[in-house]
Structure formats: C-alpha cells, structure tokens
Design a binder for this molecule. Sequence first.
Ligand SMILES: [Zn+2]
Length: 292
Amino acid sequence: MEVSIESSALENLIQYYHDKKLAHAYLISTNNIAKCYEVLLKVIKNIFCVNEYVDNCNKCSLCHLIDVHNLPSLKVIEPDGTFIKKEQILELKYLFSKDSQYTKENIYIIKNAEKMNKESANTMLKFLEEPDGDVIGFFITNNKDNVISTIVSRCQNIDVNFTNSDFEELGLNEEEYNNYLDTLNDYLTKIEMEKSKLILYNKECLGEYTKDDIKILMQMALKKYKEALNNKILGKEIKDNLLFLDKLNINNLKKKVNLLIDYLKELTYNVNLDLLLDKFVIEMEAINNESL
Ligand SMILES: [Zn+2]
C-alpha cells in the first residue's frame, strides 16, 4: 500500500493489528472525513484481504464486499438527519452480539462522531465498556471538541490531516479543474513555444473567458511556475504536463512568478480585461527575450 505522510497514522494500524497491539477503539480527528474514511477502508481491506493485499484488490470476495458496502461484519454509521441516533447504536449492538463470520473481528465505523447526542453516546459507552475483544471501532470526526468527552477518553486518539488537492484549493471540482488545465496548457504552450502573433492567442484561447476564469488560470499558472522554480533551485527534474517549464531557467521562472503575482493583483481592480491580457503576453515575451 502506498503510504503518504498524511495518512501514515492510519496505515500504521495495519502493523499494530498484526502485532496484536491494536486498540479496541480509535478516535480519528481529521480535516477531511470523506478522505479519511476512504483510507480507513483500504486499511481494513489490507488487514483482512484473503490474498496478499494489493491496492484496489477486487479479486477476493472480502474486498469486493467492502467495496460494495455489503460486508456483514463491517458496519458504518453516519448521522441520520442531524444526529446519530440511539436506535442506530442499538442496531449495531444487536448485529455485533454474534461473532463475526467474515472477519476475525467485527468492525464498526462511526462517521461524524461529534453528531452523537447524549442518548446515543451513552448507549455507545456501554458498548465500548463491554470487554469484547472481537470488536474494533473507529470514530471519525472533524470536530473533536464536540465529541462527548467520555467517548474521547475511552478511545485511542489519532490525528489524520490531509492537504487539499489543487482543485479543492481553487474551489473547483476535478472536472472543472481539468478543463481549465487544458486551456492553460494550450495557452502557455503557445506563449512559451510559438513566439509569433502572441496577442492573437488571447482571443484564440481565452475568447469566452470572464475575469473570474482568467483569475483561476493565473492562479494555476502561478502555482505551476512556482513549483518549477523550486524544483530548478533544488536541482530536481520538473515533472509536469506543462512540458516547456523544464526549458526555462531560474531567472526566467522568477520573473514570471513575479509577473503573475502582479497580474493577479491587477485583476482585483476594475481593469479592461482585453488590454490587460495583451499587456500580459507582451511582458511574458519580453522576459523570454531577456533570458535568451
Ligand atoms: Zn482482497
């Protein structure tokens, strides 16, 4: 399993399990419940996979049942409306009163553990206190302060924080991000590689784009040039789908980073977008001519 720094605290659980050092209950505090849940499912598959686990195992029936949310010994509870209700915990208790037929332990995951109200938390506590070695519980929360303290104190606490992906940082979904990236790739490749009729490229590539679109493109470009600059300084190879980045030297990249910062500032003012973009390509070209 590929271990990222962000989720390594979760992936450590695999070893703990095999060393028989896994606690009976974990409270996982995270900034991204969905991602955390996804990694946790991988951890569970890794532990119980019938084969030697490989990422996205879909050969064994156990991993398959987890993928289709239909493994009887894995119960996932999420808020039913505003709260996680007492009835949901009672149902869990009932289900897990029998030994697991599928995995060595029964496993439950409580998503948004901060949404357990007093009643459900009290029911849960009794369940936690029963010394039943054959149950493993995971409480996931993005607001640990609101999780009832008696639950917090009975769980092993771990933190799992994720950095946002590029598209989340810009408030886009993945598809929107990729569309912008295609345009950006086309536009910048023309500016950097085909050095004639530069101003025409604005109409050709960005014709229908609004000021907000241009702002997003410039933010993306800034990030790309900054990363390329850092890699150049560190002497690392630049692996990016903007292929021309590798051909630019440190000085050139530095100037373009500053240029993009300036243009992002200008975009917050009431400027004529066409004139601004014309000026932009001319200044990009000037930097390339200086660095020849
Ligand atoms: Zn498997």
